[in-house]
Design a protein around this ligand. Structure first.
Ligand SMILES: [Zn+2]
Length: 185
């Protein structure tokens, strides 16, 4: 399965999607607690650069590795000078967004674990070597076995019969190629 990728910028809603700027995440009481939306880069280019850097560092690892100190630092750099006193409130808001990302990451891990267990069980059951083949190749191998079972052993109702049939097929294929060699010699 593909490597897990998450986007801290989108998770924490740091960059305004329309303007493309990092905007202050402070809440303004005059506008029903909506985002202040002051352009951070305009006020402090160094804060905007620190935010980009921090988001890059966070995105290089799974969301479970983001620390509370990083969240607080992000909040501090993402607040305009007027809203600096909202650090604790903003950090807790970021923590809430992070929890959603962590949950999605854990769900991904669960699916991945189930997938790996199923693939391993299937390979063992069908007597196939795990040669690092892609899912498409594995599916093709399984489909071939199923087609064989359908054509030559329609009564084969379970996977165990499929395995026996596949083993027979492999043995016969080897015998066949030996005979071909005899003819050629
Ligand atoms: Zn602000």
């Amino acid at each position: 399965m593909a490597t897990y990728v998450w986007n801290p910028d989108a998770t924490f809603r740091i960059t305004d999607s329309v303007r493309g700027d990092i905007i202050c995440i402070g809440r303004t009481f005059r506008r029903f607690h909506s985002r202040c939306a002051w352009d951070i880069r305009e006020e402090s280019p160094s804060n905007a650069a620190a935010v980009r850097n921090l988001l890059g560092v966070m995105g290089a690892n799974p969301p479970t590795l983001v620390t509370d100190q990083q969240l607080e630092r992000l909040a501090r750099h993402c607040l305009c000078s007027y809203h600096q006193r909202q650090i604790s409130q903003a950090t807790s808001e970021l923590r809430g967004h992070l929890a959603v990302a962590v949950q999605a990451y854990e769900q991904y891990n669960d699916v991945n674990r189930r997938y790996e267990a199923l693939r391993g069980a299937l390979l063992r059951l069908l007597g196939l070597q795990d040669g690092g083949q892609s899912d498409e190749e594995l599916v093709l191998q399984i489909k071939c076995l199923i087609v064989l079972a359908g054509e030559f052993a329609p009564e084969a109702g379970d996977v165990r019969s499929l395995v026996i049939l596949a083993e027979q097929f492999v043995l016969e294929a080897v015998d066949q190629s030996d005979e071909d060699l005899d003819v050629l010699v």
